[in-house]
Design a protein around this ligand. Sequence first.
Ligand code: FAD
Length: 675
Amino acid sequence: MTENLMDHQAQLAADYWTVGNEIEDQKAPKDLPIDKIWSERKFTAKLVNPANRRKMKVIIVGTGLAGGAAAATLGEAGYHVENFCYQDSPRRAHSIAAQGGINAAKNYRNDNDSVYRLFYDTVKGGDYRARETNVYRLAEVSANIIDQCVAQGVPFAREYGGLLDTRSFGGVQVQRTFYARGQTGQQLLIGAYQALERQVAAGTVHMHTRHEMIELITVDGVAKGIVTRDMVTGKIEAWTADAVVLATGGYGNVFFLSTNAMGCNVTAGWRAHRKGAYFANPCYTQIHPTCIPVHGETQSKLTLMSESLRNDGRIWVPKRAEDCDKDPRQIPEEDRDYYLERIYPAFGNLVPRDIASRQAKNMCDEGRGVGPAVREVDPDTGAERMVRRGVYLDFSDAINRMGQKTVEAKYGNLFDMYKQITAENPYETPMRIYPAVHYTMGGVWVDYDLMTSIEGLYCTGEANFSDHGANRLGASALMQGLSDGYFVLPNTINDYLADALKREPIGQDHPEVVAAVKEATDRINTMLSINGSRTVDSIHKELGLIMWEYCGMDRREEGLKTAIAKIRELKKVFWSDVKVTGVNEDFNQTLERAGRLADFLELGELMCIDALHRRESCGGHFRGESQTEEGEALRHDDQYAYVAAWEFAGDGNKPVLHKEPLVYKAIELKQRSYK
Ligand SMILES: Cc1cc2nc3c(=O)[nH]c(=O)nc-3n(C[C@H](O)[C@H](O)[C@H](O)COP(=O)(O)OP(=O)(O)OC[C@H]3O[C@@H](n4cnc5c(N)ncnc54)[C@H](O)[C@@H]3O)c2cc1C
């Protein structure tokens, strides 16, 4: 970085954030070869005598793969678990939507896969912004996950010899993705749910559906419980425990439009953040290349077409803008630009998601997008423009090669879904796809034990920042959720719980419990009393447009500053002019959405500040100011090889940046190349 640029960054810091002390993970044993660390940690972690476990209570918020697996496993171990979710059944957690598959280093294909390769691919795919120790452990336990799920009866696809089948996913050259048609998440969640229900029946897990966590309870900086709102009756209650686990999923809905279920939100993590949990790398968002394009201005949800489709589908746009209106079947081979195969011959259509997404945007920005044009507002001039935002995903070669029956067997449900949504038959005409917000690599900061910066508070699954660096490889989120839930947390939380019986239990009348309940109640009453003129959704939509425009696939300093100013204004609008209808003591979805939006508004601002401070491109975070001559992401390892862990410093104060330097001992840092 030149001196001028350093001054410039220092000035930005003075305006938007302050810098705190460096932090480091204290839990992974030091100075050991990477493949010995997890065994050593399991050996050094304190144990809890089985007879004592039933005296200890653990709150787990979330019943998706991360929370459901953890609740089932801790229940089986004998702990007393209070498990919460906001859906009407634990089985409706968003994990159920996962389509394409789950990675594991089993090397069934004999294509040179190994734990080390999965580790290497994940660190490289994350553009060298993940913690080595955590990623190695993820790769190490990946094979156990598949064994456990098979034992539960998860119906993974099998090949002719009876072994589990695998397929390719982006960013790697081995076939390590296990799958159950296009419904892998659903099948895995049914497996976890069965294990969970067994514990519910055994009385070790108490399930609280339709309960939303709206506040964290801490005493002297230690997590002691949560406050929930019963979403049917409005009853606000406090729950105390020896440890609290957040397994509350990702925050992609800050963009309003995303592939996430509409209920996905950041509230649990954000409430913890405001109580002292650091929030790491919030700007690392994954924008998935294969989604059904936005089709109108009243849309509230986007649909993913699984990345597995890139195994057999070929992505292209017309070479000439004037062909974009034509029926794609009438455009001859020589007039098609299979741009990923052209630019990245080694990986072709299977480049990682961030690269595939950015190139789709580039093609559309060049005027070679396909499908109906959608209205956009030019962020700089405010002028409206009509742009085609779509590229083709074409299966005609695959159908010719394998026959329609085989394609149907592999992807049938995805093709049906596409047809139902678009009224176009993808067996006959290419699908149209465009990138959409899909996954959040950032999240609550955790150490190697998955404990947050609040003692006694753990965070697992998509809600934490742990394993994917600046870009997650396809099929690695399910792996992480189940790894955290079945294998990591159950082996680390005992280290903390071992001393639980020495800690003073707290009751409902503890001043901090009373204060947390009051805080949550006051907030709800304030929202209900504003009675302004703006609907919750209209404000959320406006936030989403700001985030997509300025903190989406191409982020630049001026845009990010604009976004921060706009979000601050919008926050004021929310707290002065929102209209939340109904009352608290009833089923009230407007109130639920308002509470979540209030937290998204604060998170959105932090995401933009994080993106502003990181003047490098890495993975899903592309800073326009930092690219190679060929337009590829350009990292600056000398400046930014760290996790940005943000501390909340009070309303109206600048957030505090704590850097956790990323130390690479097993893997050499390189600029990624998929060419
Ligand atoms: C369409 C789609 C397809 C995907 N396909 C794949 C794939 O093929 N492979 C892959 O690896 N990954 C995939 N992913 C990503 C993956 O599905 C998710 O990252 C993963 O399932 C998240 O699991 P989780 O347990 O962390 O969270 P979730 O499954 O989102 O569960 C969150 C839980 O927390 C609860 N909760 C949240 N907030 C609160 C609160 N305040 N109070 C009470 N309860 C709360 C919810 O009720 C829920 O039970 C896909 C994602 C999407 C959107």
